[in-house]
Design a protein around this ligand. Structure first.
Ligand SMILES: [Zn+2]
Ligand SMILES: [Zn+2]
Ligand SMILES: [Zn+2]
Length: 155
């Protein structure tokens, strides 16, 4: 990611936080940056490791978890429940409202692509779940895939 692009995203992230009354502190910023420049999802421990390598004062994993929680509540990062790892949102610099994300996860190189689920699919899913007597709590989808690159190299 180019520095200019990163700056644009970080400025927007700052706006999103101040609009919701949250504060994007230096530490929170740094953690978000680490996820933005990472190509693959990171566990909280991996994020803590990367942070501690680059900062003068080290941060315990518990604090990293809290920061990730905050960033998640602002929809700046997403948690992939299937892998228990975190990715930066791909739509921070976008002006549209955030939709329910669907994550395409490459099983080979772990690259993740965030796309939005079509509304009618969520509605259908919701109905199916309701028919079964359950209630859908989280409609985020995580799909195991092969990315473009890995498809080409597998052929
Ligand atoms: Zn997102
Ligand atoms: Zn977008
Ligand atoms: Zn791949």
């Amino acid at each position: 990611m180019k520095q200019k692009q990163l700056n644009t995203i970080m400025n927007k992230a700052q706006d999103i936080c101040s609009q919701s009354g949250g504060r994007l502190t230096e530490k929170r910023k740094r953690i978000l940056e680490l996820l933005l420049v990472s190509n693959t999802p990171q566990s909280a421990y991996e994020v803590a490791d990367a942070y501690n390598k680059s900062a003068e004062t080290s941060m315990p994993p518990m604090s990293v978890y809290r920061i990730l929680d905050f960033l998640e509540s602002e929809q700046l990062v997403h948690k992939l429940s299937s892998a228990n790892k975190y990715v930066a949102c791909s739509h921070i610099a976008c002006s549209h409202t955030h939709e329910i994300p669907q994550f395409l996860i490459c099983g080979k190189c772990q690259n993740v692509k965030e796309i939005a689920i079509a509304k009618r699919i969520i509605e259908e899913l919701d109905m199916q779940v309701e028919d079964a007597g359950y209630k859908l709590i989280n409609s985020q989808l995580e799909l195991q895939c092969l990315c473009d690159n890995c498809l080409v190299s597998a052929a």
